[in-house]
Design a protein around this ligand. Sequence first.
Ligand SMILES: CC(C)(COP(=O)(O)OP(=O)(O)OC[C@H]1O[C@@H](n2cnc3c(N)ncnc32)[C@H](O)[C@@H]1OP(=O)(O)O)[C@@H](O)C(=O)NCCC(=O)NCCS
Length: 272
Amino acid sequence: MSHPTEKLAVVDPIWSAMREEALQMAADEPAMAAMIHNSVLVHDSLETALTARLAEKLSSGDLSALQLHPLFDEALAADAGIAGSLRADIAAVSDRDPASRSVLKPLLFLKGFQALATHRIAHWLWLHGRQALALHLQSRSSEIFGVDIHPAARFGRGVFIDHATGVVVGETAVVEDDVSMLQGVTLGGTGKETGDRHPKIRRGVLISAGAKVLGNIEIGAHAKIGAGSVVLEAVPPGCTAAGVPARLVGKCGSDNPAREMDHSLPPAPPET
Ligand SMILES: CC(C)(COP(=O)(O)OP(=O)(O)OC[C@H]1O[C@@H](n2cnc3c(N)ncnc32)[C@H](O)[C@@H]1OP(=O)(O)O)[C@@H](O)C(=O)NCCC(=O)NCCS
């Protein structure tokens, strides 16, 4: 009879690849073998490895890892969509991060992925009336990962937050599938609106480092936002906006900038 983990490995290619990488990493770096064993190899599914890792990272004097771990397991067991989204997020990192094609490193080391995973659990808690716990997780994620996402903010699947330090996302923001963003991005309000006051980022958008997108504005599918921009107006699908305040600077040079992580601006129009 096959062991349950063998069965899972067959039907779960990401978990299978993660375990293989973990075995190799432990062999290559014996000093980290215990950590890798406890974080990956001791577990029988990606879900329990992830919830254990997050519980360890987010534990504090307020709530220990032993208290957090079952709460996280409860969220993933209740909503299979969370684990599906997390697999898509891991695939997005390995597909788009030029510095890492690994499926293991997001779980172990990449705080953009870890913060997004934390948010997905906090969002589930928020939707189920457990706001105090959701806010605790937002606070710990901000302290530990430097990423501050309001638990009510809605995220699609396959989102990649690269480097991640200083990312802030407001309560009524929406981030659709396959979006990529980098460190220092704010999806915030202008300070002049109430209620639904945060940006709506449509699928496949790339938001470069340090960009501030402010107000209830729509960034159209596959648009590209230049580094350091302050975006105060809607950006049509497929266009590039850059500058302070941001202006349209042309069509995207790519149909899928978030996937290709292409930060280049389009060529300047010919002088007349
Ligand atoms: C500056 C701010 C308070 C608006 O002030 P305001 O006096 O009401 O300004 P307006 O919205 O009428 O815009 C006036 C002009 O300044 C420009 N402008 C507004 N905010 C700007 C900014 N942050 N940077 C550069 N230009 C800005 C506008 O494009 C507009 O230019 P135009 O006249 O050429 O069209 C607001 O845009 C802002 O930046 N808020 C920041 C809120 C924040 O930090 N949010 C993050 C929350 S997490």
